[in-house]
Design a protein around this ligand. Sequence first.
Ligand code: PRP
Ligand code: MG
Length: 224
Amino acid sequence: MTTETRLRIAMQKSGRLSDETQQLLKRCGLKLNVGDRRLLAHVTNMPIDIMRVRSSDIPGLVMDGVCDLGIVGDNTLEETALERELLGQNSAYTKTTGLNFGGCRLSLAMPEEFNYTGLASLDGLRFATTYPQLMKRFAKENGINVDFCLLKGSVEVAPRVGLADGICDLVSTGATLEANGLKEVEVIYRSKASLIQGVELAPEKQAILDTLLPRIQGVMKAKE
Ligand code: PRP
Ligand code: MG
């Protein structure tokens, strides 16, 4: 009995990157039925399966070899790699190619009335964030002591309800900051989407990637 080798790619089920990721796969000629509730979608014209998951799970699934490839934001990738390193878990991956969508920045933001006079004015303050590792690294590199509390979403609400002095969260258009009375004071990380893979693929899977990768690069080039 032979089982066909299929390349398994993890992508975000819903959120910031999911529409553009789906469009990219479609433009690469992949035919798939992404019924809303189908979490492992079979590509009918190539030996590829698409696994639709939470973005924060994508790096770990690739690093643990559950998925061969993943399309994920650099912010989530870097945060997970730092966290896994700290926990002594496998954090190795290769960036197969950068992708030209999903651009955003991870920034520190404070209430509009806060008197920001430079990083030192943030010393000793508490920040709500989904990215504690990236934030800790930035604080360490810049010689400031900050405290943080973890929020997985709606981070911008934290200062107003007394949970934190400021926030460290993603900014794209800046509309969410503005709507919540916050101002961006420092950019700490710039992010885009990337295609990543575990360290080494089996030769049959590498062969499938060798067909797919030039198509991805072609789609990216056409978008430039
Ligand atoms: C993301 C991010 C910011 C916002 C940035 O949140 O966490 O809050 O988008 O975009 P903007 O600068 O264009 O306003 P999202 O809407 O995904 O919700 P969540 O944080 O509750 O998951
Ligand atoms: Mg948000």
